[in-house]
Design a protein around this ligand. Structure first.
Ligand SMILES: NC(=O)c1ccc[n+]([C@@H]2O[C@H](COP(=O)([O-])OP(=O)(O)OC[C@H]3O[C@@H](n4cnc5c(N)ncnc54)[C@H](OP(=O)(O)O)[C@@H]3O)[C@@H](O)[C@H]2O)c1
Length: 324
C-alpha cells in the first residue's frame, strides 16, 4: 500500500498530502526510519540541508529502491535551500549537493527555507549553527536562481517556506514560475487562517510543519503550552475515542493542507500513516468552530529568534499569547 491522496499544485503536478518529517533525526537513525516509512507506504519525504541527515536519507532511499518494489518516480522528495546559500551562484551548487546526498537524480520540490539570508563564509566547511545576517541579499535574487533549476531539470517544482504575505507578493510580482507551496508552522495555536486564504487566492498550497507541536524540541521552556496536552483537543479526541495526535493531524488534513509529521518510532510512523490512509472520521465544522473559538492561546514553537533582527524576518509582528 502507498500513500494515495495527492493534491494538485499550480503547475499541474501532484504532491502526496502526507509527508514524513526528518528534522532532529540523526544520520544513522534516519536510514531505518526512511526504510520503515517507505515500507509502511509513505512516498513523500521532507528534507533539508540544515537537518544534517540528507546522506542518511539517501542511504535509506537506496536500500528501498534496490529492493525493486519502489521506483524513483514513485517518490516525492522535498529539500530546502538554507539561508547561507541565498546568493544566486550558490543555489545550483547547493541543489546539486543535496541531490548527490539524497542519491535521487532530481528533486520533486525545492524550497527557500527562510526569507532571510546569512553570510556564507566558507563554502566547504559551512557551520550549520552559525548565524550572521546578510540582509543585503534579497530573496528575489535567490528565487530567480531557483527558477533556473526547473529549466535545467534539476527540480520539478519550487516553493517557499516561512514567507509572509508581503514577501510572497514580492515573489509573485517578478516570478516566471509561481511558488507551488509555502511551508509554515500550523496547529491550533498557530492556525494561519489568513495566510491560508491568501495562498488559496494565488493557488499556492500550504504545507504544515510541527502539526503536533514538535514536542521533543531541544529549546523547550518549562511554561510552553503543549498542543498535545490542550484540553479542547483532548475533549474532541475523547468524542472520537482517538489520541489527541489524531485530532491535530485531522486539523491539517481536513483543511486540504499538506501535512508533514515527524516520527522515528515504528508504531507512530505506522499509526500516522494509517490515520491518513483510513480516514476513519473527519472533523466537523462544529469541531473546527470549537477549536477556533475555545482555544485562545497563540504560540509558535519555531520562532527563529536567533535571526530576529533580520530585515526579512517573517514573523516580526507575531506575539505569543498565553491567557493567565
Ligand atoms: N520549513 C521549516 O522551517 C520547518 C520547521 C520545522 C519542521 N519542519 C519539517 O516539519 C516536520 C515536522 O515538524 P516537527 O518535527 O517539528 O514536529 P511534529 O511533527 O509536530 O512533532 C514531532 C514529534 O511528535 C512525536 N509524534 C509523532 N507522531 C506522534 C503520534 N502519533 N502521537 C504522539 N506523538 C507523536 C514525535 O516523536 P517520535 O519521533 O518519538 O514519534 C516527535 O517528537 C519536521 O520534521 C521537518 O521535516 C520544517
Amino acid at each position: 500500500m502507498s500513500s494515495s491522496k495527492s493534491l494538485l499544485l499550480n503547475n499541474n503536478l501532484e504532491i502526496p498530502q502526507l509527508a514524513l518529517g526528518t528534522y532532529a533525526t540523526s544520520d544513522e537513525e534516519i536510514i531505518n526510519v526512511v526504510e520503515t516509512a517507505l515500507t509502511v507506504g509513505y512516498r513523500h519525504i521532507d528534507c533539508a540541508w540544515i537537518y544534517g541527515n540528507e546522506k542518511g536519507i539517501g542511504q535509506g532511499l537506496i536500500k528501498q529502491l534496490n529492493k525493486g518494489e519502489i521506483k524513483r518516480s514513485d517518490l516525492y522528495l522535498t529539500s530546502k535551500l538554507w539561508c547561507t546559500f541565498h546568493k544566486s551562484e550558490r543555489v545550483r551548487q547547493q541543489c546539486l549537493a543535496t541531490i548527490n546526498d539524497l542519491q535521487c537524480q532530481y528533486l520533486d520540490l525545492f524550497l527557500i527555507h527562510w526569507p532571510f539570508a546569512f553570510i556564507d563564509k566558507d563554502p566547504s566547511e559551512n557551520n550549520r549553527d552559525e548565524i550572521r545576517l546578510a540582509d543585503e541579499i534579497d530573496f528575489i535574487e535567490t528565487w530567480k536562481a531557483m527558477e533556473l533549476l526547473i529549466d535545467e531539470g534539476l527540480v520539478k517544482s519550487i516553493g517557499l517556506s516561512n514567507f509572509n504575505e508581503e514577501q510572497i507578493e514580492r515573489i509573485l510580482q517578478i516570478c516566471k514560475y509561481k511558488p507551488v507551496v509555502n511551508q509554515v508552522e500550523i496547529h491550533p495555536y498557530c492556525p494561519q487562517i489568513e495566510l491560508e486564504n491568501f495562498c488559496k487566492k494565488h493557488q499556492i498550497l500550504l504545507e504544515a510543519y510541527a502539526p503536533l507541536g514538535a514536542k521533543d524540541r531541544s529549546w523547550k521552556n518549562e511554561n510552553d503550552p503543549e498542543i498535545l496536552e490542550d484540553k479542547t483537543i483532548k475533549s474532541i479526541a475523547e468524542k472520537y475515542n482517538v489520541h489527541p495526535a489524531s485530532i491535530l493531524l485531522h486539523y491539517i488534513i481536513d483543511r486540504n493542507i499538506i501535512c508533514i509529521v515527524k516520527s522515528s518510532n515504528y508504531q507512530r510512523i505506522k499509526d500516522n500513516f494509517n490515520l491518513f490512509q483510513q480516514n476513519q472520521f473527519q472533523l466537523t465544522q462544529e469541531d473546527f468552530n470549537k477549536i477556533h473559538d475555545e482555544i485562545k492561546i497563540r504560540f509558535r514553537y519555531y520562532k527563529m529568534t536567533d535571526a530576529k533582527d533580520a530585515k526579512q524576518h517573517p514573523f516580526k509582528d507575531w506575539q505569543d499569547f498565553i491567557p493567565q
